[in-house]
Design a binder for this molecule. Structure first.
Ligand SMILES: [Zn+2]
Length: 216
C-alpha cells in the first residue's frame, strides 16, 4: 500500500473510532496534531499525539499555534541553521498576521536592563501583554485537552474542565515557578518514530488519578 493511501486509511480509522471532536461536542472531521508541526525543526514531527477534531477547533487556532511556536522556539538555547530559518519564517508570518502582537512583545527598557543583568544580554521577549497571554492561554488549554485524551484514553467530558497555567524560561530560571508544579509527576514522555526522537524539542509529564478523573 502506498504511503498516501496508508495515511488516508489511518485518518479514516481515527475519525471512525472517535466520532466526536476532543475539544467540543461537534462531529470529528479532521486529524489534529498537538503539538502542531510548526513547533518542530523543519516541521519534522514523529507520528503520535494525533487526535480527532472538528474543522473549527483544528483550523481556528492557527494564530495561537504560531504564537506558541514563536515563544517556545525563541526560548530554545541551541539554535542551528534550520532553527534560525524556521524562526525567521514564523516571524514573517507574525508580521503578516499579528503585527500588533509583535509590537506588544517588544521588551521595555526595564526588561532590557534586566536581560542585560540577569540573562547575560540574551534576546528577550515581553510575553506579559494581553495579546500574548490570550494566545498562550488558548494554546495551553488545547494542549491540555489533547494530552488528557492521550493519557486517560477519553476526552474531557462536557462536565469537566481544564485549568492551564504557563511559565516562561525566565520564570523557571529565576525561581518563580512554584516547586510543587513538577512534584510527583511520572517520567517525561515525548514523540518518537524509530530512531527519530524529538525529546530535545518537546516533552510532557503528568500525574493521573486511578479512576482517570483527575490529571495534571
Ligand atoms: Zn471541536
Amino acid at each position: 500500500m502506498g504511503e498516501a493511501k496508508r495515511k488516508k486509511r489511518l485518518r479514516a480509522q481515527l475519525l471512525e473510532d472517535n466520532p466526536v471532536c476532543i475539544y467540543c461536542t461537534a462531529s470529528s472531521e479532521t486529524v489534529e496534531h498537538m503539538p502542531p508541526v510548526i513547533m518542530f525543526t523543519r516541521r519534522q514531527r514523529p507520528k503520535g499525539l494525533e487526535f480527532a477534531s472538528c474543522e473549527a477547533c483544528n483550523g481556528g487556532t492557527k494564530h495561537a499555534d504560531l504564537v506558541a511556536a514563536y515563544i517556545g522556539r525563541s526560548m530554545m538555547q541551541a539554535s542551528g541553521e534550520a532553527e534560525t530559518e524556521d524562526l525567521l519564517a514564523i516571524l514573517q508570518a507574525l508580521r503578516n498576521n499579528l503585527p500588533d502582537l509583535l509590537l506588544e512583545m517588544r521588551p521595555s527598557p526595564d526588561q532590557l536592563t534586566i536581560a542585560e543583568r540577569e540573562l547575560a544580554g540574551q534576546k528577550v521577549l515581553n510575553v506579559g501583554g494581553p495579546l500574548a497571554a490570550g494566545f498562550m492561554r488558548q494554546f495551553a488549554i488545547k494542549l491540555t485537552f489533547a494530552l488528557y485524551r492521550e493519557i486517560s484514553g477519553r476526552a474531557v467530558p462536557e462536565s469537566g474542565g481544564v485549568l492551564a497555567r504557563w511559565f516562561s524560561n525566565y520564570e523557571a530560571r529565576t525561581g518563580r515557578v512554584p516547586p510543587d508544579v513538577f512534584q510527583n509527576l511520572l517520567p517525561p514522555r515525548s514523540l518518537r518514530q524509530g530512531t527519530f526522537d524529538v525529546s530535545d524539542q518537546f516533552a510532557y509529564s503528568f500525574e493521573i488519578s486511578p479512576d482517570g478523573d483527575f490529571a495534571r
